[in-house]
Ligand binder design. Structure first.
Ligand SMILES: C[S@@+](CC[C@H](N)C(=O)[O-])C[C@H]1O[C@@H](n2cnc3c(N)ncnc32)[C@H](O)[C@@H]1O
Length: 357
């Protein structure tokens, strides 16, 4: 079944907007990389008077505003150096001045994303140098007109598959995700990832103008490392184990737990690269590991509970209901150290820069 589970909306204690500092750290760590990428690889000639940016899988903010800020700063910086002009000083006598740049930003997410919170918390017009547009719909299809986008960005979203792959349930009764240790399950998840990421690239290839840039950020796995060997994998294993405990004590049905699987897959680095190369619509300009001090989750049980609830709680709620997920999270907070205090292998944060051929 196709999924469209979003992050927890609003601004409350459990919301994504209050519990996404882990994801934000990567955006902050890549500011310089974005500046350098735009400086070296963006041809300002691809845009005339307006420059279109899209953030795919934007959620509710504030992370998307940080990402957009980084991009606009970088484009303005390049504009200033190339033209010796200030992009903010609009020539009122000549509104058609081709050197003046106006930005339009498309915020994309599933239609059930909390766009109200996103728009209510936009930076105020006095400091926001762009026109904001909401674009509802799955990024695995076209969401923008053809040949009109100059720079696309997508962070921490491509591990969300369009659906749980078919036929995993019979092989994955003991787990709620792709641990990497059951061959049939790994093949099914990888197959779905290839279809979805391929569709994402096909759609962006149509929306971007030739020479347009696509920036992809997120987490993946170093080649040869399995999901359940990493801290992130062990955290999800813990959530699965809590559901198992609840089934044992009769709070939820065992069959429901056995048939529950998360529609997420963290690809290995080479799997990611292969899909891009096979697609053929883009040149890989950069594919870099990003190291920063907040790369691994801190081992603070409360922080892990809140981050996990905000990002993945929605999927579990759809199967078990909000009250049961609250109980599961209480158990999670008690048990998580049993999982993460064991030795773990490092995961990987990536920054990929693609140029539309
Ligand atoms: C972990 S959040 C990342 C939000 C933000 N980009 C950040 O870096 O903090 C993942 C976002 O991707 C969105 N998402 C997942 N699959 C999607 C799809 N097929 N189409 C559009 N948005 C999707 C989710 O709804 C969610 O808002």
């Amino acid at each position: 079944m196709a999924h469209s589970h979003t992050m927890i909306g609003g601004n409350g204690r459990e919301s994504y907007s209050k519990n996404s500092t882990y994801q934000r750290a990567l955006l902050e760590a890549t500011k310089e990389k974005i500046d350098e990428a735009v400086s070296m690889k963006l041809d300002l000639g691809i845009a005339s008077s307006h420059f279109n940016v899209a953030d795919f899988g934007c959620s509710t903010g504030p992370n998307t505003f940080v990402a957009v800020r980084n991009i606009i700063d970088a484009v303005e910086h390049k504009f200033r150096r190339q033209t010796q002009q200030n992009p903010k000083e609009i020539d009122e006598t000549n509104r058609n001045n081709p050197k003046e740049i106006e930005f339009q930003v498309f915020f994309n997410d599933h239609s059930n994303n909390d766009f109200n919170t996103l728009f209510k918390t936009l930076p105020p017009p006095t400091t926001r140098e762009y026109f904001a547009v909401g674009v509802p719909g799955s990024f695995y299809s076209r969401v923008l007109p053809r040949n009109n986008l100059h720079l696309g960005h997508c962070s921490y979203s491509l591990h969300w598959l369009s659906q749980v792959p078919e036929n995993v349930t019979e092989f994955n009764k003991d787990s709620i995700h792709c641990t990497g240790f059951v061959k049939e399950v790994t093949e099914a998840y990888l197959g779905q990832f290839k279809i979805d990421f391929g569709s994402f690239l096909d759609a962006r290839a149509q929306e971007l103008v030739s020479g347009g840039l696509l920036m992809l950020l997120g987490s993946c796995l170093p080649d040869g490392v399995q999901m359940s060997e990493t801290m992130k994998g062990k955290i999800i294993d813990c959530a699965g184990s809590c559901l198992g405990d609840m089934a044992k004590s009769g709070l939820i049905e065992r069959e429901k737990v056995e048939s529950f699987n998360m529609p997420i897959y963290f690809a290995q680095e080479s799997e990611f690269k292969q899909v891009i190369e096979k697609n053929g619509g883009f040149t890989i300009e950069k594919m870099e590991r990003v190291s920063h001090e907040n790369e691994e989750f801190p081992s603070d049980a409360r922080f892990l509970r809140d981050s996990y609830r905000a990002a993945f709680g929605g999927v579990a709620e759809a199967s078990f209901g909000g009250d049961m997920v609250d109980k599961m999270m209480d158990l999670f907070e008690e048990k998580v150290h049993e999982f993460i205090d064991k030795p773990t292998k490092a995961g990987m944060q990536f920054f990929v820069l693609l140029r539309r051929n």
